[in-house]
Ligand binder design. Sequence first.
Ligand SMILES: [Zn+2]
Length: 258
Amino acid sequence: MFTWRERLEPTGDRFGVEWAVTDRHGGSSLEPWSSFNLAAHVGDREDAVSTNRHRLAHELGLRVADLRLMDQQHGCDVALTDATTGAAGASGMPAPAADALVTGSTEEALVVLVADCVPVLLVDRAEGLAAAVHAGRPGLLAGVVPAALQALRDLGARRLDALVGPSVCPRCYEVPGDLRDQAAALVPAAASVSWSGTPAIDVAAGVVQQLADSDLDVTVRWLPGCTREREDLYSYRRDGTTGRFAGVVRLVSPEQVA
Ligand SMILES: [Zn+2]
């Protein structure tokens, strides 16, 4: 169910964090989505996706209604959850059309769905803020990561821990030369070459550069692994019709310590 998972307990007045990256094992979806597909928009059966989401929520000690997903657009819009803005009806909140989701609430988990794109999780443990970001090639070029950092700064964030999850590696991400040049002009670290030496884009390296270039104090952890080369993760480039795995982040408030 998880390829990576960590829980950092609250200390003093610092928030804890529970964050994870799922894999494709331990779910109810059948081929070609087998088995822990968390996306409802990829042709999988609704009941299988629902079962999988319930399992994920249960693992985090939440209800499925406490999972906050996005209607991901490959853009750079940032949405604050209803619990963060104070809007009513938080638990029935529809998935906003956005590629970054920000919360200041410990009662919900943010979920970003991927199958080659870069999942980025951000947390400010002093201020009690978290974000989940979906950064593919368009999101990298549109600046979704800087947009998420700006939204967090606007809410008072200063020091962030960032987790960059597995994604398609540049060796496996051949693109036309003009696309690589366009990416390199905006984010030089994104220029790369494929296994056969042709132009390629390193989206994750570009995302890491955007995090490093921020004037916020960001500590980056970058998980290894290429989705196209790892059978335990979903890869759209490899399989076409397939599922989505997730990056998930939840704040833990100091008062929640037993
Ligand atoms: Zn690869």
